[in-house]
Design a protein around this ligand. Structure first.
Ligand code: ADP
Length: 404
């Protein structure tokens, strides 16, 4: 190869020691701003910002025998330029070629032919190693791709299986609800008969006191079972999304007061007072039965979880276009970290009410669902040993018939 061609490729080629101190400049056609000469550091032609990288390049040459395609900034024509550095090591000597781009590499290798066969061999080895490394990477990329495809397929299968199991669960849940509904419905009639007869027997004047107590116990237990069954029916209905809302016009304060008065006897039995305050009569177009169920549950709980001698305040107000119902007790209260749980089904924070009343943990979960069904919201504030306040806000008017 002629000298002319070497110049034509515009490279800078030099030998240096492991520190980068130039021993001999072999070719210099790159027209860099600083002309590199023997005895200088290779760093003198490199922009200070690239010095660290240049030192890494030298280290790579020393440790790996060869390095190619490193971009380091040099100054040419007063401007920074990313030149490509390629090099090989032989014994203690490093041979470095600087070109304008990585594409020049083949030409640069040819350029080397004029230097020494040994150095050229070192370069050939370096490039072969590099190509092999590239091939290895391509092979391992192909393996990784196959693995990815396999994992992807497994994922799709798992997804299909999950969808199948999920629809099976939905089917099983519907079956459970149907069964729950049927069982609860069929149990309700005979239990009503038992409760009715037990109450009748308990009122008999002639029977002996021991028997009367037994009749009362039967009546109380069957009433509890009836309540539980009604709750379970509600849960089944809610889960099956068959909670039909029936909208009608009614006078809210009267409806709510009437329902609350049904709880006066059990409140009186525990020496608990119920005080109702709020607005005068106002009309609503919503589901009266659902409102009764809500206030009944809240007042029932207030009595159940309060001690004798305390008071319950119920406030019924009309604010803007909403009903604001508040049931405040001076009962046992609920710990702050438990407040979020009480609206979940089957959550009971205590075994029973303050007078041993039974609890199922279903009431508030049903209330929360019903409140949502009639377009309202429910919230609670409570403090252990001080009492709880449940607040319901419901729209005064609902569209004709809503199914939840
Ligand atoms: P139940 O009263 O049948 O257990 P609820 O769903 O109505 O079911 O209530 C869930 C739990 O929340 C109750 O077990 C009780 O621990 C707590 N709780 C509900 N209302 C009150 C209240 N007014 N005061 C204190 N705790 C209450």
């Amino acid at each position: 190869m002629s000298e002319g061609r070497v110049r034509h490729f515009e490279v800078l080629a030099f030998r240096c020691d492991e520190e980068g101190t130039v021993e001999q400049v072999v070719a210099d056609d790159l027209a860099l701003d600083h002309k590199l000469s023997a005895g200088e550091s290779m760093l003198t032609i490199i922009d200070p910002l690239s010095h660290d990288k240049a030192r890494q390049f030298l280290r790579a040459l020393v440790t790996r025998q060869a390095a190619s395609g490193w971009e380091l900034t040099v100054m040419t024509g007063g401007r920074p330029f990313a030149a490509t550095f390629t090099g090989a090591r032989q014994d203690d000597v490093l041979f470095v070629i600087v070109g304008r781009s990585a594409r020049d590499i083949t030409d640069v290798v040819e350029t080397l032919e004029q230097i020494s066969n040994e150095q050229l061999n070192a370069f050939r080895t370096a490039f072969r190693d590099q190509r092999e490394a590239f091939d290895r990477r391509t092979r391992s990329d192909a393996i990784a791709y196959e693995e990815l495809t396999r994992v992807n397929n497994e994922l799709s299968n798992a997804q299909r299986e999950l969808a199948r199991q999920s629809s099976e669960l939905v089917r099983l849940n519907e079956e459970k609800n149907r069964f729950l509904g049927m069982a609860a419905h069929d149990l309700r009639s005979p239990l009503t008969v038992i409760a009715g007869y037990a109450s009748l027997l308990a009122q008999e004047e002639t029977a002996d006191p021991e028997k009367l107590q037994i009749y009362e116990d039967i009546a109380a237990s069957s009433r509890f079972m009836l309540d539980l069954i009604n709750d379970l029916l509600d849960v089944a209905r809610i889960e099956a999304r068959k909670h039909e809302i029936s909208v009608s016009s009614f006078e809210a304060v009267g409806v709510l007061r009437q329902k609350i008065s049904a709880y006066l006897p059990s409140a009186k039995a525990k020496n608990i007072g119920i005080n109702i305050t709020g607005d005068a009569a106002f009309e609503m177009r919503n589901d009266a039965d659902k409102l009764r169920q809500i206030v009944g549950n809240l007042v029932g709980n207030a009595i159940k979880y309060s001690n004798p001698g305390t008071k319950i305040e119920v406030s019924i107000r009309k604010l803007a276009d909403s009903l604001h119902l508040e049931v405040k007790d001076q009962g046992i209260g609920i710990a702050a970290d438990q407040l979020g749980r009480i609206f979940e089904p089957f959550v009971r924070l205590v075994e029973s009410g303050t007078a041993g009343e039974r609890s199922t943990g279903l009431g508030l979960s049903i209330v929360a669902q019903i409140v949502a069904a009639i377009g309202g919201t429910i919230g609670v504030d409570s403090e252990i040993g001080v009492g709880s306040t449940f607040r319901v806000v419901a729209p005064l008017s609902l569209p004709a018939t809503v199914r939840t």
